[in-house]
Ligand binder design. Structure first.
Ligand code: RRO
Length: 307
């Protein structure tokens, strides 16, 4: 039995509910490595870009990655070409992918966010924007997504700029992620995505110094899955807009857990580094799980909003 998982997300038709988490799959490099085969069987139903900022950034000093039990800590620090470089060099290549493109943006003021949202949404190739208000690795004094009031204020400034969907990427590093999600929804967000990485540290046993060049970073991978699942559940219960669930998804079983917790789409993140075909595998495992489900998926009282 095959399962049709085609869905509509914020008005965008998608072939299935498995996408990538921002910054965990370099589609341009993957195409260089795997050639047209990657385009023919693209692992995700939409592609979310690595986060861009108004100006180019070099990123944080190395080391930028540290492996942990069942996960890793990153302190990448948003290296990117800036808005102009992205539009000139990356967007034309990303537009050749066979799926809708979501561009992730991050800035340190509403004015800069406005510049990014206007700059990317005026391009036909861009289907939606993800507002990264939750990066743990850029220390600007204020992480907008840690405060419901700041999140609402930002959305109020950005909402008039575009009719395209605005997805707010939430931080797990707050006591009440649902309060931030509700504020985003109330100020016009079309969807929320969660979780970004959990603030984390590691010590290099050889030096007893911080393992990461920037001193700290964000934890991802299976180690955070149960935390992510709980936050997706709490946020899904609190908002009516769609939720993109992510955090340590490595299999179709994990993906179904997130859907059962209320996610409309599931994003694969850290697992892409281990297995570049993870998206395809997670989808086929998800289909197997749903096809095998007795009673039928509809009877399981799952929150299959995409059905
Ligand atoms: O680039 C990063 O260091 C980074 C970003 Br923008 C983010 O949103 N989450 C993360 O764990 N790392």
């Amino acid at each position: 039995m095959s399962v049709d998982l085609a869905t509509t997300f914020c008005g965008i038709a998608l072939e299935h509910p498995v996408i990538n988490a921002s910054g965990t799959f370099d589609a341009i490099a993957a195409r260089r490595a795997f050639g047209e085969a990657l385009v023919q069987s693209f692992p995700f139903s939409a592609f979310v870009s690595k986060t861009i900022t108004p100006e180019p950034r070099a990123g944080n000093p190395p080391p930028r990655l540290w492996e942990t039990p069942a996960g890793m800590i990153n302190s990448i620090g948003l290296p990117n070409k800036g808005l102009a470089g992205f539009l000139e060099h990356d967007l034309p290549q990303l537009a050749e992918l066979p799926v809708p493109l979501v561009v992730s943006v991050m800035a340190t003021s509403a004015e800069e966010f406005s510049q990014l949202v206007s700059g990317v949404t005026e391009r036909d190739e861009v289907a939606a924007v993800e507002l990264n208000v939750s990066c743990p690795n850029v220390h600007s004094g204020l992480i907008v997504g840690e405060q419901p009031v700041e999140t609402a204020r930002l959305l109020e400034a950005l909402r008039p700029l575009t009719a395209k969907p605005l997805i707010v990427k939430l931080t797990p590093n707050v006591a009440e992620p649902a309060a931030v999600a509700v504020a985003a929804e109330g100020a016009g967000a079309d969807a929320v995505s969660l979780i970004n990485t959990l603030k984390a540290s590691a010590v290099d046993p050889a030096t007893l110094e911080p393992s990461l060049g920037a001193g700290r970073g964000g934890l991802s991978g299976p180690a955070i899955r149960a935390v992510a699942l709980e936050q997706v559940r709490v946020v899904s219960d609190a908002v009516a807009i769609p939720v993109v669930g992510m955090g340590g998804v490595t299999s179709g079983v994990d993906a179904l857990d997130f859907i059962a917790a209320g996610a409309s789409l599931v994003a694969v993140g850290t697992e892409n580094f281990r297995d570049p075909a993870a998206g395809t595998r997670v989808l086929s495992e998800l289909c197997e799980r749903l096809a095998a489900a007795r009673p039928s998926p509809a009877d399981l009282n799952l929150n299959l909003r995409y059905r």
